[in-house]
Design a protein around this ligand. Sequence first.
Ligand SMILES: Nc1ncnc2c1ncn2[C@@H]1O[C@H](COP(=O)(O)OP(=O)(O)OP(=O)(O)O)[C@@H](O)[C@H]1O
Ligand SMILES: O=c1ccn([C@@H]2O[C@H](COP(=O)(O)O)[C@@H](O)[C@H]2O)c(=O)[nH]1
Length: 321
Amino acid sequence: MRPTTTNTTLRALYKPQLLRRTFTTSRPHASRLRQPGEPTGPNEPPSHISTPPSKSPLKVWPIVGIFALGSFLFKKIVDQRLEEAAYKPQGPVVGMPAIGNLGATTRTSPLWSPDAVTVIFVLGGPGAGKGTQCQKLVADYGFKHLSAGDLLREEQDRPGSEFGEMIKTYIKEGTIVPMEVTVQLLENAMKASMAGDNKKGLFLIDGFPRKLDQAHAFERTVVPSKFTLFFDCSEAVMEKRLLQRGETSGRADDNMESIKKRFRVFVETSMPVVNDFESQDKVVKVSAERSPDEVYADVVKMFKERGVEPIKLKLVQTQNA
Ligand SMILES: Nc1ncnc2c1ncn2[C@@H]1O[C@H](COP(=O)(O)OP(=O)(O)OP(=O)(O)O)[C@@H](O)[C@H]1O
Ligand SMILES: O=c1ccn([C@@H]2O[C@H](COP(=O)(O)O)[C@@H](O)[C@H]2O)c(=O)[nH]1
C-alpha cells in the first residue's frame, strides 16, 4: 500500500537525522570515540574546559521571559494611554473649528457632588418618547428638563456661533457632535438653571449621553448621574412616530434618510452607553410602546422604587365635591 511505502521511505530518510540530533550535541560529525581531554574540533577547547551547550533551553528561556514581560508592560502602557485619550479632549476635528479649548471636559474632578445636584439621564432610540415623558416628569417632580438635542439646535441657530455649521452637519447626518461642545452647553445650562429657580439642582438630561466618551467626560467633570431612565421601543414604532412628527416638526432629521442613520448610530454608539450603565446597576428600563399615560405610570412606579418621589400631590376631584 502506498502509505506504507511512503512511511517506510520517510522513516528511512529522517530516522538517522533524528537519532543524530537526539544523541549528539553541537558536533554532528563526531563519529570517532574521543580520548579524555582531547579537543573535540579544531576551534574547540578540550572537554575538561566546560562550555555550555549552544542550544541549551536555559539560554532561550530568559530571553523569552524578558520578551514576554516587555510585551506585557508595553500592552499595559498602550491600554492606559488609550483610556486616558478617551477622557481627554480629542483636539480639533478634521475639517471642523478647533474645539479643544472649551474647558468643561479638561477638569479632573466633578464640578458638583451628586448630593448637591441630581442628574437623571433619559435615553432611548429616536422617537421613543423621551421628550414626551420628560414634560410629564417636569410637571410632577420639579425637574429642569435639558434636552441635549435642543441645546445643540439652539447653538446651531445662535447668530455668530462658531459651531453652528458643524452642528448642522452632525444633526443632518444623525451623528454625534464632539462631546466638548455638548458637555459645555449642558454645563452652561445647568449653571443658569441653578442661578434661577432650580436651587435644588434637579435635572433630567434628555438624549444624552449618546456616546461612551460623553458619559465618562460628563460624570468625571460635571457630576455623576443618579441613574438612567431608558425607554425601550422597536424601530418600527419609532419610525412611525418620527415620520408623523416630521409632518409638522420642521426638524431637518425627521425624514426617512436621516431616521435610518439615527437608528444605526443609536444601536452602534448609544446602546453601549446604556449597557455600561446597566453593568453598574444604574438603568431603569421602561417599555415605551403603550400610550403616553401608560408609559408614564410605569415611570412613576420605577422612580418610587429608586426613592424619587413627586413634589406635588395631585388633587383628586370627587363627584360630590
Ligand atoms: N407613547 C407614545 N405613543 C404614541 N406616540 C407617542 C408616544 N410618545 C411620544 N409619542 C409621539 O412620538 C413623537 C416622538 O416623541 P418624542 O419627541 O417625545 O420622542 P423623543 O424620544 O424625544 O424623540 P427624539 O429623540 O427624536 O427627540 C412625538 O410626535 C410624540 O407626540
Ligand atoms: O448628546 C447629543 C445629543 C444629540 N446630538 C445630535 O442631535 C441630534 C438630535 O438629537 P435629539 O435628542 O433627537 O433631539 C442627534 O441625532 C445628534 O445628531 C448629539 O450629537 N449629541
